[in-house]
Structure formats: structure tokens, C-alpha cells
Design a protein around this ligand. Structure first.
Ligand SMILES: [Zn+2]
Length: 312
């Protein structure tokens, strides 16, 4: 049975950082955001985290061969159709309460399960990490019988998340042709509520969900990574964590299929909390996001007054 650690949460919450650190552990293989593999890699042949085009990456070629007898056997239009039909945030209540899921849900989940199992075998890893983030996908994967699914729900202060969504960020894998999606703070606030609530719902459905706060994770990354490894059932020794130093991590090359530009970082990665929003997010927007997200900010232990948020 394939064991996958699914990193969930709204984008810009620090999931890529968490994934990169977990990917350095022995017995763990980090795959990036597999949700985008079908379009960005199979169709558009974007770059793997190792720098190669997807079609030229030996790791992914072997995964495709093992999972599907070669990627050419995957009907990308079919996967995209399934994604459009089943992987929708508005379907989460139905996916969460259904006694049996429609065939399309099983079919869609099976594509991921095959990728995870093949990646584990090719890499020799005991556990693979998928940082797809999307709550609807996590609810779909719950229905896969061949999967040992564990979910890490990464939460970050909604105001920091909203500020990050306003920024212009290039997508290096498109060689400057495209930028990452942007959302207004009001839109980001609504998405923050919806996605975080969806992971709470997943936990209530009996899925193993561990919630972590981005800000807390960065206070002591060594201890935080060790706790996540324990949650994932991966044994680590203190020496396995020696890539983590005070203030930075030393990263090796990974084979992330898609995701935040940090997936290309090799070598020194600063481990510093990004609190730019405290001074850079305009007061009106800060208050708007704080008001829209107040109940869940409180539930997660975030102070509503920004001055205190800096200390959180
Ligand atoms: Zn690669």
C-alpha cells in the first residue's frame, strides 16, 4: 500500500518549505504538486525540480513506465475531465458525507495512487510527499483503497497569506513567460476560510490530519520536522536532521513536478519567517482580512491585533 503525506492548505502558507525539508529525510521522496503534473508536465513539458524538462527527467520517466507503462498511455484529456468533474471545492460537502463515491472519484484517485506507488518504488522511499495543497483533492484521495493517506494541514496567518497573494511572482519553469496567480485580499480571505475549514472536515471523516502553523514551524524547524516524520511513520535519527542549521537548511536536488519557485532551490535555504505583511499590507486590507477570517484565526490561536501577531 502506497503511503502518501499530503500537504494541504491554501497556497502561500509555507507548504513548499515544509515539503523541501521533509524531502531531505531518508526514506522520503517529495513529488511537488502532483495535481499540476497532468497539465504542466505531461502536456506542457515544464521543468522538474531537478532542472530537466519533465520528459527528459529520468526519475519521472521511470515513474511513468511503472505506473502506466509509459506516460503516453495516460489520457491527459480524461484526467483533466475527471478533475473538472470531481475535484471541486463545492463538491467537498458531498465527498465528505457520501457513503459511496461515484466511479469518477475512484478513477481520478487511482491516477494519483499509481503515481505515488510507482514513485515510492523508483526512489526506494517508504513515503512520498504530495504538496498539491488542494482540499478537494485530499477529499478525493480519501476514497482510494490502495492508499495510506496522512495529511499535514499547514496554516499561516490569513493576513500573511493574503499579502503574499497580492505579490507578483515569476514562474521560473516558464522562463519568464508566466507569473503566479494573484488574488485580491478579500478573495484570498474567503479562500483561506473555505480551504482551512475543508481540512477540518477531512479530519472529522477519520483521515489522519496533523495541523501545523507555519509561524510555529519556523521557530524550531528541527523539532518540527522530527514531529512530522513521526506522524508519517518515518524513523529519523538526529544525524538525519543535520541538513538543518540555525537559520538555514542545506538542500539537495529534488524531482518536484510543479509548485512554488522554491522547489528549484539547491544549497542554502534561509529559514526565516516572512512577516512582511505586518508593515506592508495596507491597514484597510489587513482589517478586512482580519474581520473575514476572525473566527478561524482565533481558533488557530492567532492574535487579531497585528502588533501581537508579530510576536506570535
Ligand atoms: Zn527531475
Amino acid at each position: 500500500m502506497a503511503r502518501v503525506l499530503f500537504l494541504g492548505g491554501l497556497g502561500r502558507s509555507g507548504t513548499t518549505l515544509v515539503e523541501r525539508l521533509l524531502g531531505e529525510l531518508p526514506g522520503v521522496c517529495a513529488l511537488g504538486e502532483v495535481v499540476h503534473l497532468w497539465q504542466r508536465d505531461l502536456r506542457d513539458d515544464e521543468r522538474c525540480g531537478c532542472g530537466s524538462r519533465f520528459s527528459a527527467c529520468v526519475f519521472w520517466r521511470r515513474v511513468g513506465a511503472l505506473a502506466f507503462g509509459g506516460w503516453h498511455n495516460v489520457d491527459v484529456d480524461r484526467v483533466r475531465h475527471l478533475r473538472a468533474v470531481v475535484e471541486r471545492t463545492r463538491h467537498i460537502p458531498r465527498l465528505a458525507t457520501a457513503v459511496e463515491a461515484p466511479d469518477e472519484v475512484h478513477e481520478y484517485a487511482d491516477y494519483y495512487t499509481r503515481v505515488y506507488a510507482a514513485a515510492a518504488e523508483v526512489s526506494g522511499a517508504r513515503m512520498v510527499v504530495d504538496s498539491s495543497k488542494h482540499s478537494a483533492l485530499a477529499h478525493v484521495l480519501r476514497w482510494s483503497a490502495g492508499l495510506d493517506l496522512r495529511v499535514v494541514h499547514v496554516v499561516r496567518d490569513a493576513r500573511g497569506v493574503a499579502y503574499s497573494w497580492t505579490k507578483t511572482v515569476d514562474r521560473p519553469e516558464t522562463d519568464g513567460a508566466e507569473q503566479m496567480t494573484r488574488y485580491s485580499p478579500g478573495r484570498a480571505a474567503l479562500l483561506w476560510n473555505a480551504h482551512n475549514a475543508a481540512f477540518g472536515l477531512l479530519a472529522r471523516r477519520g483521515v489522519a490530519v496533523r495541523r501545523i502553523r507555519y509561524e510555529e514551524f519556523l521557530i524550531d524547524p528541527r523539532a518540527a520536522v522530527a514531529r512530522l516524520a513521526d506522524f508519517a511513520g518515518v524513523a529519523v535519527t538526529p544525524a538525519d536532521l543535520d541538513f538543518l542549521h540555525p537559520g538555514h537548511a542545506d538542500l539537495t536536488t529534488g524531482h518536484s513536478a510543479a509548485g512554488n519557485p522554491m522547489r528549484f532551490t539547491v544549497g542554502r535555504l534561509p529559514l526565516r519567517r516572512d512577516d512582511a505583511w505586518v508593515s506592508a499590507l495596507p491597514r484597510g486590507q489587513r482589517r478586512l482580512v482580519g474581520a473575514v477570517c476572525a473566527p478561524m484565526l482565533r481558533a488557530y490561536g492567532y492574535p487579531l491585533i497585528p502588533a501581537q501577531a508579530q510576536e506570535a
